[in-house]
Write a protein that binds this ligand. Structure first.
Ligand code: IMP
Ligand code: MG
Length: 177
């Protein structure tokens, strides 16, 4: 029995994730053909989605990482966002696609959109694997979305609980029974 089976129930299987990520990659390939695209993954949650998505984009993209922290340890966001790691190259004049694991309250993405707008890229768009619309505190436009989910705390495929469970190949819900 795998280590997680006792604690986590599958919500989105590895197959469902891979199929949807391939579709998003194909869409992004179409939309950005002939454009200079920088993928900016938001650490650490987006890492697994980012690397799978990048492999489905048939364009010479660059990959950057941005680290932000908004969680003080629990499952509730505080609204306070802090940059812990910045991109390594300027994005001025380039097309930026911010890649997130989940948009929950929207506060992190709102901060990132404002932060990137100030760098004067050619454009900034948003790709997120998951959205929990019922939790939104601020409205952010999502250009590429994997799945809409209900208000459950999820783990796996990059998403963590206390830094663990990121390495599950699926998205799951912590068992409460
Ligand atoms: P927001 O600022 O509330 O939209 O929070 C976004 C960040 O909170 C995400 O990038 C995740 O790191 C984290 N987060 C929100 N919901 C969940 C969840 O259900 N599981 C794990 N992390 C989550
Ligand atoms: Mg995150």
């Amino acid at each position: 029995m795998a280590f997680y089976e006792e604690f986590v129930e599958v919500m989105l299987s590895a197959e469902q994730l891979q199929k949807r990520v391939a579709e998003l990659g194909a869409q992004i390939t179409q939309d950005y053909r002939g454009k200079d695209l920088a993928l900016v993954g938001i650490m650490k949650g987006s890492l697994f989605f980012l690397t799978d998505l990048a492999r489905h984009i048939d364009l010479p993209v660059t990959v950057e990482l941005m680290g932000v922290s908004s969680y003080q340890g629990g499952t509730e966001t505080t609204g306070e966002v802090r940059v812990t790691h910045d991109v390594s190259k300027p994005v001025h004049g380039r097309h930026v696609l911010l890649v997130e694991d989940i948009i929950d309250t929207g506060l992190t993405m709102r901060f990132l959109l404002d932060n990137f707008a100030a760098r004067h890229p050619a454009s900034v768009k948003v790709a997120t694997l998951l959205e929990k619309p019922s939790r939104a505190k601020v409205k952010v436009g999502i250009d590429y979305k994997g799945f809409t989910i209900e208000d459950r705390f999820v783990v796996g495929y990059g998403l963590d609980y206390g830094e663990k469970y990121r390495n599950l190949p699926f998205v799951g819900v912590m068992r409460t029974d």
